[in-house]
Design a binder for this molecule. Sequence first.
Ligand SMILES: [Zn+2]
Length: 221
Amino acid sequence: MSLSQSVENILKAIYDLQLGDQWVSTSALADRLGQKPASVTNMIQRLARAKASLVDYTPYRGARLNPTGVKVALEIIRHHRLIELYLAQTLGVPWDRVHDEAERLEHVISEDLEDRMAAALADPRLDPHGSPIPTKDGQIAAVVGVPLSEAPMRATVRVTEVRDEDANLLRYLGAMGLYPGAEFTVTGREPFGGSLHIRFNDQDLHLGEEALPHIRVAVQT
Ligand SMILES: [Zn+2]
């Protein structure tokens, strides 16, 4: 399979936005990719018309990956997340820097290198941000938990996943030790959309409101 980098990025973006099998509007796609809607529509139409197409396109509804397209997207995501974990775990690259590196490398590593990285990491299930790594045969585990903004007061929660694209957010959370697996108790919240108070490792911390939707937690029972 040799697709261009921009095609692979479109497939990944559609996969991200289609949440199962919903149609993704070309304007939402353009937003995600930081490109002009007209050029994205153009590219999608071209992809949909191609022989052995990976994408379905319907005017006014948008784009959707067909089952082969989903497989290809999951393969790119597998590369991305394996590379992130390899960089973080084996090379010691800080977790706020692995995403940008993986964005580039995901398009170029061979299947052989992918297999060797997976073996070196003992066939890992999660990347450094807690996101599931698709299996070689294209299965992906569901992400568990709810956004921290929805966690109930007094609940003890465990961080399951943090959004990987925002390096500032990752540095902010890393400085407090809030990596996937960290467990803390929600102790209070400032009114009017203010910060969340938590108790973590015998410390009282305040978490900025804008960070909350990007942190996924499992509520412990
Ligand atoms: Zn990433």
